[in-house]
Design a binder for this molecule. Structure first.
Ligand code: PLP
Length: 194
């Protein structure tokens, strides 16, 4: 772990930390975990990390004899810029099986992963209804019945979420309508993209 990382133990401190932990009777170190971060789009980094962690165990076998688990924590990305349900762009992020393929098959260690939001992020959507439109010289604002209470990420840290305008047809089905009809007013939720 580099000294610039907010996570974990710095390389130079690793043995010192172990020598404090090991004499503790109530603590048994059974695994090593390194957190790589979020929204990772290249799984090759997991194989590189695995090699580093494996080496850390080997180099410290005297202290890490019980270690059986290597956890290459780090979340896989989600494609927030998909243009629509079923859009091919939604498949451009690595899948869990890509992650699995990047890791060794016959390792003596139990390997753990932490794919994070990629497991559930595309499983839901926020459906809001337009309540009214406020027009100004420079902008039109569409008032909807959804706010940061329902979806906090854009307001909190300018996260991007694709907005799909929909309208109900007599058949009861919902279909996409021309983006320009609604997009100007939905700018607040889209602010993260700018
Ligand atoms: C321990 C741990 N594992 C995995 C993740 C990845 O989760 P996500 O991709 O949802 O950010 C995080 C997030 O920072 C984390 O703290």
């Amino acid at each position: 772990m580099s000294k610039n990382s907010k996570f974990g133990v710095i390389d130079n401190d690793f043995r010192d930390v172990l020598s404090i932990l090991m004499p503790e009777k109530r603590i048994r170190v059974v695994g090593l975990h390194c957190h790589l971060g979020s929204t990772i789009d290249d799984v090759s980094i997991f194989s590189k990390l695995f090699v580093l962690l494996e080496k850390a165990v080997e180099d410290n076998r005297d202290l890490l004899g019980d270690v059986r688990i290597i956890n290459v924590g780090g979340g896989l990305g989600i494609n927030y810029h998909r243009n629509g349900v079923g859009s091919s762009s939604s498949t451009s992020m690595p899948s869990i099986s890509d992650l699995s393929d990047a890791l060794p098959k016959n390792s003596p260690f139990t390997i753990m992963v932490e794919p994070g939001r990629s497991l559930v992020g595309n499983a839901g959507l926020l459906l809001t209804q337009v309540l009214g439109i406020k027009r100004t010289d420079s902008k039109n604002f569409v008032v909807v019945d959804g706010s940061m209470t329902e979806l906090i990420r854009p307001a909190l840290y300018r996260a991007y979420h694709t907005i799909l305008p929909v309208e109900r047809r007599h058949s009861g089905k919902v279909r996409k309508i021309k983006k320009s009809k609604l997009f100007v007013g939905l700018e607040t939720a889209r602010r993260g993209q700018q």
